[in-house]
Design a protein around this ligand. Structure first.
Ligand code: CA2
Length: 147
């Protein structure tokens, strides 16, 4: 049976492709979901793709998949830089989690350099636009196969 991967997207990412294309590009979240499904299929995995603007809902979803999924790719959006609750949820589920960002958060404003998710993720991929998600899936698949 294929292993299920949760791809979790945080606040405002539902707006991708519709506003600020200079910063985040023209690709929509739906486009990213499609390319992730194709990439996951190639790796023999399945994708459970979700987005929420609500911090508690993201926490609940992490708890929900604890026993049913093999790993998580998370773009927590701005909660990356603020949410101890999400950091605690990631560390509590004991699943491999890869942090992903469209933009290179380290080349942007100082307040984006700090990531609470990085403290508990197995690694971070950022700066490659929509491709960051596919790279994150590759990294997660390799990690799961090797462990
Ligand atoms: O680069 C990323 O993936 C971010 O997680 C995106 C977040 C930002 O707060 C992080 O620092 C880095 C913002 C997502 C907002 O996306 C929008 C898309 C279109 C229009 C407005 C916002």
């Amino acid at each position: 049976m294929s292993q299920m991967i949760l791809i979790l997207n945080g606040p405002n990412l539902n707006l991708l492709g519709t506003r600020q294309p200079d910063v985040y590009g023209k690709t929509t979240l739906g486009d990213i979901e499609n390319s992730c499904r194709i990439r996951a299929d190639f790796q023999g995995m399945k994708v459970d793709f979700r987005q929420s603007n609500i911090e508690g809902e993201l926490v609940d979803w992490l708890h929900e998949v604890r026993l049913s999924h093999a790993g998580v790719v998370i773009n927590a959006g701005a909660y990356t830089h603020t949410s101890i609750a999400l950091m605690d949820a990631v560390s509590s589920i004991e699943l491999p989690v890869v942090e992903v960002h469209l933009s290179n958060i380290h080349a942007r404003e100082e307040f984006r350099h700090q990531s609470y998710i990085s403290r508990v993720a197995i690694g971070q991929i950022c700066g490659f636009g929509a491709l960051s998600y596919e790279l994150a899936l590759d990294a997660l698949a390799a990690h799961i196969q090797n462990s």
